[in-house]
Design a binder for this molecule. Structure first.
Ligand SMILES: [Zn+2]
Length: 277
């Protein structure tokens, strides 16, 4: 009897976390992981790859990543949106995605609970692992970024206006669509929309050039703040205020609804839907 109840509890907590977006890595967490990969891996020769997790390394068979990468030197660590990859001098790329809570770390010894979903052992004896308790991360050959839009940190104002400011979709959903713009998750989207004073349900194609430029600027500020050593998605002014449901600018009660499939907060006083913004 007892195993059933804890299992239900786990699923319930996970769904709540997904709705609230508390642990969903966004671009800043991926960029911090890329810097860790760069620091720990670039310039080193791969002795072997521990790729035995068939689920995380799907569709590859155990040993497939190892035989492709063994003996090559890591030349760079890349990131686009929330996707990461290592480049090697053999031409092969190892694509990595952190899933909901994975992290890149120096791990001289394997995780005692087998949470290292993939690990690279280098010629110098060092070992770098993608540690992920929940097994939602991914590892595969190739960067896997073909279907992504431009990166949120580097997109030009012109491309942002053309891609984000189009269609009848609510602007919040448009920001979350990784094929439109890569790297923005729930918390950063709410933070930027609040800063730009745009209602998350405003149809994307009705936003003015000025509103779109402001939104891009607000997004970049939120991203840069999240990239500071103490920053992170969900630690901005508005994300913190979500918990108390109170607007940090005018103190009114925040509105809440599901937009783009995600729990969304906004200030009903300042983020008003306009006819043609
Ligand atoms: Zn307000």
């Amino acid at each position: 009897m007892s195993p059933v109840v804890p299992k239900r509890c786990r699923i319930s907590r996970r769904n709540k976390t997904q709705r609230e977006g508390s642990y969903m890595p966004e671009l800043p967490e991926a960029e911090k992981a890329r810097r860790t990969l760069e620091r720990l891996c670039v310039g080193l020769r791969i002795a072997h790859v521990e790729d035995g997790d068939e689920w995380v390394c799907r569709p590859h068979e155990p040993g497939e990543l190892d035989s492709a990468l063994r003996g090559s030197i890591v030349t760079a660590a890349g990131r686009h949106g929330k996707f990461l990859w290592l480049e090697t001098d053999s031409g092969h790329e190892l694509g990595l995605h952190l899933g909901m809570g994975g992290s890149i770390r120096s791990a001289p010894k394997p995780s005692p609970r087998s949470w290292d979903r993939i690990a690279i052992v280098f010629d110098d004896g060092s070992r770098v692992a993608l540690r992920d308790k929940r097994r939602l991360s991914r590892a595969h050959l190739g960067a896997g970024i073909d279907k992504l839009g431009p990166d949120a940190l580097t997109i030009t104002p012109r491309a942002f206006r053309a891609r984000v400011g189009a269609g009848r979709t609510p602007i919040k959903a448009r920001l979350l669509d990784q094929s439109v713009l890569a790297g923005v998750g729930n918390l950063l989207a709410d933070e930027a929309l609040f800063d730009a004073m745009i209602n998350p349900r405003q149809p994307a194609g009705t936003l003015s050039t000025d509103a779109l430029d402001q939104l891009r600027s607000s997004l970049r500020v939120a991203l840069r703040e999240a990239l500071t050593p103490k920053g992170g998605s969900g630690r901005g002014r508005f994300a913190r205020a979500r918990r108390g449901r109170q607007c940090p600018r005018c103190s009114c009660e925040l509105e809440r609804a599901t937009v783009g499939g995600r729990t969304t907060y906004w200030c009903p006083n300042e983020q008003v839907i306009t006819e043609t913004s």
